[in-house]
Design a protein around this ligand. Structure first.
Ligand SMILES: Cc1cc2nc3c(=O)[nH]c(=O)nc-3n(C[C@H](O)[C@H](O)[C@H](O)COP(=O)(O)OP(=O)(O)OC[C@H]3O[C@@H](n4cnc5c(N)ncnc54)[C@H](O)[C@@H]3O)c2cc1C
Length: 382
């Protein structure tokens, strides 16, 4: 594990930081960083060992995303979404899917990503309206539009959720399909231009009469709610939590450096000697540390299949959202005017951190799910 973290750290120091400024300025996808991750085969992190992958689970995912997130959150997110897509393919992969996708991912030659969200159902990402209609015994026609597809237009395949391909299925019984980037009928919307996470390329993807061979369906058609709680939620939440933790850690490190660096010319006093600022820094450290502990513990629980894992995982993502936004905000206060410059690192961290609350499962929905689970009510009750 430590070896993986040091590889990610090295890529962060040597590649990600060089790409960050331009990527954030131009809204450009983090190509060099993803290439470096491929080259070092970190993109094989969660691919199964039997396909040549590293076979790691949630703990390694949290640590690698955290490390990348410290350098540039967009890279943590793009890498994380590749890993979530890989985990969804791996969960019930057929022999053909293993050969076609997982072996290529394991060899560092293939990137994928997960496209669930749609404009119509928004935060209710587990209710797709993209249709998958059977047109023969072995093929389907897919129509619909996915929004905010991270890595959009830049990777080799896309894992999409669709309405279940059977007439009797209810709306929550969706199917997942993996489609190649060059499949006819896939159309990309305009370039991504968010206020933060600008290196993500989170674009709109429209599937217009796309023919899907049955070999591209993941698992049994219609049983995919299983994927939401067993694969999508744990992997997605852990990748996000790690990435946003990285933002908070980067801000904390920045706070320490700024306090040590800043001296007044009129009396030679150093900000690091001001007791209220020492106290503030201490409270920031404690906040980040307790969030880190929660995220690591949730990842361990999820990986070992503990009964309470889902509550811990949901809490981890909900808590890291306020941790990273509040930490960057507070560090901005410590930094004085310097943090307020339009091109400041703290400005970018704050813009990136703000995505945490609105990325699914959103913070409001996470706390609601936790409450429902505690009250023994169905989690997806609307
Ligand atoms: C940078 C970025 C990257 C993304 N990458 C991906 C990706 O790779 N793949 C993907 O599938 N999606 C991705 N998304 C999409 C993200 O998951 C959606 O933004 C999310 O689904 C929210 O949808 P919406 O914007 O339509 O919000 P809405 O559904 O309009 O919700 C607005 C607000 O209302 C709240 N709300 C709605 N209903 C309830 C409820 N019942 N209880 C409590 N609160 C509620 C929500 O929590 C939210 O805060 C990304 C988004 C961003 C910003």
């Amino acid at each position: 594990m430590d070896r993986l973290v040091s590889i990610a750290d090295e890529i962060g120091r040597n590649v990600v930081v060089n790409e960050r400024v331009e990527s954030d300025k131009e809204g450009r996808w983090v190509k060099s960083s993803m290439e470096a991750l491929k080259q070092e085969r970190l993109t094989a992190l969660v691919a199964p060992v039997e396909c040549g992958g590293m076979g790691h689970g949630l703990v390694a995912l949290a640590r690698v995303c955290e490390t990348l997130g410290k350098y540039y959150a967009s890279v943590g997110l793009c890498f994380g979404m590749h890993c979530v897509g890989t985990a969804v393919i791996s969960a019930k992969a057929t022999t053909w899917q293993k050969k076609e996708y997982l072996e290529a991912i394991a060899a560092g030659k293939h990137l994928t990503t997960l496209a669930l969200s749609e404009a119509g159902t928004g935060a209710h990402f587990y209710i797709p309206q993209t249709s998958l209609m059977p047109i023969s015994d072995t093929s389907f026609l897919m129509n619909g539009t996915k929004t905010f597809v991270t890595n959009g237009g830049n990777v080799d395949s896309y894992v999409l959720s669709t309405m279940a391909a059977t007439e009797e299925a209810n709306p929550e019984q969706f199917s997942c399909v993996v489609v190649d980037a060059d499949t006819p009928g896939l159309h990309w919307g305009k370039e991504w231009d968010g206020i933060g996470m600008r290196g993500n390329s989170s674009r709109t993807l429209t599937a217009n009469n796309v023919t899907i061979d049955a070999s591209h369906i993941l698992g049994e058609p219609g049983d995919q709610l299983w994927y939401v709680f067993n694969v999508v939620a744990p992997y997605f939440i852990t990748a996000m939590s790690g990435t946003y933790l990285g933002i908070a850690e980067r801000a904390l490190q920045e706070a320490k450096e700024l306090l040590l660096k800043r001296f007044y010319s009129h009396n030679g006093a150093q900000l690091a000697q001001v007791s209220i600022l020492q106290h503030r820094l201490g409270t920031l450290w404690a906040r980040v540390e307790r969030t880190r502990t929660l995220i690591y513990s949730a990842a361990h629980q999820g990986q070992s299949g503990s009964a309470n894992a889902i509550l811990s995982l949901l809490s981890a993502k909900a808590e890291v959202a306020s941790c990273c936004v509040d930490t960057v905000n507070d560090v901005m206060t410590l930094a004085g005017g310097i943090g307020f410059a339009s091109n400041s690192l703290l400005g970018m961290l704050l813009r990136d951190a703000r995505a945490a609350d609105v990325m699914s499962p959103t913070t409001d929905i996470l706390y609601t799910w936790i409450g429902r689970a505690m009250l023994d009510q169905p989690i997806l009750s609307e």
